[in-house]
Ligand binder design. Structure first.
Ligand code: ZN
Length: 271
């Protein structure tokens, strides 16, 4: 029997999948992907996010699709106060599993500028407040801002936990997030033997703190990349490769690991 898998982070709503979303949903289910989370990033896509959830859940033999709307720090210039109101409406009216993806991202030098970074912090904080109000966990996007993000979570006394998605920090940062109630999201990067920092993190913290994700259409597992020159679209169908990469890194049995990861996801998303 195939192990049950949960893709905790997808952008399966984006136009990259418009031509073959239905087929991919069937293929993902056939590969053992029993559930996936549709993650928000800008308010202008909330309607499509909701539509995709209804579409996927209307199919038989497809993964169960869960909704996690949020305003992503990388798109900070686009966010407006009314988008927070739209987010709150979704939380009120729809069955949302989490708020996401939210956090801090200073990968681009312009996002380090004080006023831009202050806006990221403001939106992060306001969305943590919404999550608290509606009793939802959060899906974190943190890039080159781990210390600041952990400080803000502590300062807000946020206790509902969630997932630190596509985790790129070090062992100490992973441990700090686990202490705050978070699971660590592992992408197809784990299939890359050169991703030494990530291998060290997963080996250092136990499997009980990890969950799987594709982050599709990005983060394509190494084995699924068609060419090193052009970007290969990632899909939820590739999730078993993430499991295999993680099992190899942890030197453990795939089925046992899958059961543990499924349990971790159910627990942190309160399903
Ligand atoms: Zn994402």
């Amino acid at each position: 029997m195939l192990p049950r898998l949960f893709d905790t982070h997808t952008h399966f709503d984006v136009p990259d999948f418009d031509s073959d979303r239905e087929q991919l949903a069937y293929q993902a289910k056939a590969a053992g992907v029993e559930a996936l989370v549709l993650i928000g990033f800008v308010a202008s896509r909330f309607a499509d996010l909701l539509y995709t959830q209804q579409f996927v859940n209307g199919l038989s033999q497809a993964p169960q699709a869960y909704l996690a709307p949020g305003l992503h720090p990388f798109y900070i210039e686009q966010h407006q106060p009314e988008h927070l109101l739209q987010l709150e409406q979704l939380l009120q009216q729809q069955d949302c599993v989490a708020v996401g993806e939210i956090g801090l991202d200073t990968f681009l030098p312009e996002h380090k500028q004080p006023e831009i970074f202050a806006k990221q912090q403001d939106y992060f904080q306001q969305q943590l407040e919404l999550a608290r109000q509606y009793q939802k966990p959060v899906l974190l996007h943190i890039r080159k801002a781990h210390a600041e993000s952990i400080a803000l979570l502590k300062q807000q006394k946020f206790q509902l936990g969630g997932i630190a998605h596509a985790f790129s920090g070090g062992v100490e940062e992973a441990k700090a997030l686990i202490k705050l109630g978070f699971k660590i999201g592992v992408t197809g990067q784990i299939t890359n033997p050169n991703a030494k920092k990530l291998h060290r993190v997963v080996q250092e913290i136990a499997a009980e703190h990890l969950v799987l994700e594709t982050d599709c259409p990005d983060m394509t597992p190494l084995c699924c990349q068609v060419s090193s020159l052009e970007r290969t679209r990632n899909t939820p169908v590739n999730l078993p490769y993430v499991l295999a990469g993680l099992a190899q890194s942890l030197q453990c049995d795939e089925e046992t690991l899958a059961e543990q990861l499924w349990h971790n996801t159910q627990q942190c998303l309160r399903l």
